[in-house]
Design a protein around this ligand. Structure first.
Ligand SMILES: Cc1ncc(COP(=O)(O)O)c(C=O)c1O
Ligand SMILES: Nc1c(O)cccc1C(=O)C[C@H](N)C(=O)O
Length: 403
């Protein structure tokens, strides 16, 4: 399978430590050589030699748009609708506010009760700020979302790939149903962008946000992105009206004036080093397409599931990720009472996976650097850890701050 893999050459673009199989690229993508080279150039030639002139000379000022335009085709967005800035959380605050501003006769924001917490927390923050008559978070179970849509809802905010289970929502049909009821939609693409084909324009998505540090390999704390459908740019209002999002920032006018473009989603000065790293890593996507990535992701996850299924000693691992391809993201999750300790023991064997409370062992599959041979090896080590109970020690059971 590795010999026939059209993405095989991409692995050489990454720095990967020896004797490590990295099944956590869905949480923090590994370093690319391009990223390291760019950091050196930004620090020495740009910041070092060219100092503040780099804002013009090295286009620092245009980076949010340059990076946004690199992300756009990967999520099916036409030009002028994606910008790179801030974190997913901050961008959620902006788009929830913006969506509410476009639907002023309603105030409910519907989400899934097991959505990634920040999506819920940011809405709760806005609810506290505006009062419940202006913004009210309503949550429902995954299976009840469609039935919970009605004309009292202003905004539907969902994450395409569930961070725990890896289950995929059908963006197109949910968006269509929401629109029929006058509801605007926000999609969190944190676990999709760079791994799953998304067509935000074609599917009529109103707003989307996503991560730079997962499948885009932008480095720890890399800036996020925000997508806003062009048709909304003129009418919406977003409250984080910082100077970088002003129509003419260098006029230094005392009054905010919004630009007609996606630049209105900028707030303050971008973190240039971090954004440059993301910009460099995104170049890995230029000569491939997302369908190739998806095909390999499904093959990797199929192989992992099949190898785990074949092994009797692993039958206490209960898969909670859907087996159907169109419902499965680029990750696999198993429940096990000792998931935390198993995860730590696996890490000690060189297989980096992660744990999500209370009992989920989660494996992420990043097709740009993983080989099929890595899947085989990682399942072999998982078998050793579980069948020999190598995880059953205090060393692996004591919890660390970041899990
Ligand atoms: C679905 C989802 N949304 C948002 C976030 C958080 O994004 P940020 O830390 O950039 O605010 C994450 C992961 O950290 C996530 O998985
Ligand atoms: N952003 C993270 C961080 O700063 C530390 C540890 C993990 C993360 C994550 O990305 C968590 C991730 N979104 C998840 O799906 O669990």
């Amino acid at each position: 399978m590795d010999a026939k893999d059209p993405l095989a050459a991409k692995r050489a673009e990454f720095y990967l430590p020896e004797n490590t199989i990295y099944l956590d690229g869905n949480s923090l993508g590994p370093m690319t050589h391009a990223a390291k080279d760019r950091v050196n150039a930004v620090m020495t030639q740009q910041w070092g030699d060219d100092l503040i002139t780099s804002w013009n000379k090295h286009q620092w000022i245009d980076l949010p748009e340059i990076v946004g335009e690199k992300i756009a085709p990967i999520i099916g967005a036409g030009p002028g609708q994606v910008i790179c800035c801030d974190s997913v959380s901050i961008n959620l605050f902006k788009v929830i506010s913006a969506a509410l501003s476009l639907n002023p006769s309603r105030h409910k924001v519907l989400s899934q009760n097991d959505n990634f917490p920040t999506d819920l927390y940011m809405t709760q923050g806005l609810e506290n700020l505006l009062g419940r008559e202006k913004c009210q978070l309503v949550t429902t179970k995954e299976e009840d979302i469609l039935d919970s849509l009605d004309e009292s809802i202003a905004v539907l905010m969902l994450t395409q790939v569930n961070f725990r289970t890896g289950r995929i929502h059908d963006i197109q049909s949910i968006t269509e149903k929401a629109h029929q009821l006058g509801i605007l939609v926000i999609w969190d693409l944190a676990h999709s962008a760079g791994a799953i084909p998304v067509k935000v324009d074609e599917w009529g998505v109103d707003f989307a946000v996503g991560c730079g540090y997962k499948y885009f390999n932008g480095g720890p704390g890399a800036p996020a992105f925000v997508y806003v459908a062009e048709k909304h740019l003129a009418a919406l209002e977003q409250p984080l009206s910082g100077w970088m999002g002003h129509a003419s920032p260098f006029e230094f006018s005392p009054d905010y004036e919004k630009p007609p473009s996606i630049k209105q989603f900028l707030c303050g000065t971008p973190g240039v080093v971090s954004m440059s790293v993301l910009d460099a890593s995104l170049d890995l996507f230029t000569d491939i397409n997302i369908e190739m990535i998806r095909e390999k992701s499904l093959a990797l996850t199929d192989l992992f599931i099949e190898l785990v299924n074949q092994e009797e000693s692993l039958n206490q691992l209960e898969i909670i990720t859907p087996l159907e391809h169109d419902e499965r993201g680029s990750q696999i999750a198993y429940c096990h009472d000792d998931a935390y300790a198993i995860c730590q023991a696996l890490i000690a064997e060189g297989v980096i996976a992660d744990f999500r409370a209370p009992n989920i062992l989660r494996f992420g599959f990043s097709p740009l650097f993983l080989r099929y041979a890595d899947i085989e090896k990682s399942v072999e080590l998982l078998i050793d850890v579980v069948s020999e109970k190598r995880y059953d020690s205090e060393q692996f059971r004591s919890r660390k701050a970041v899990t």
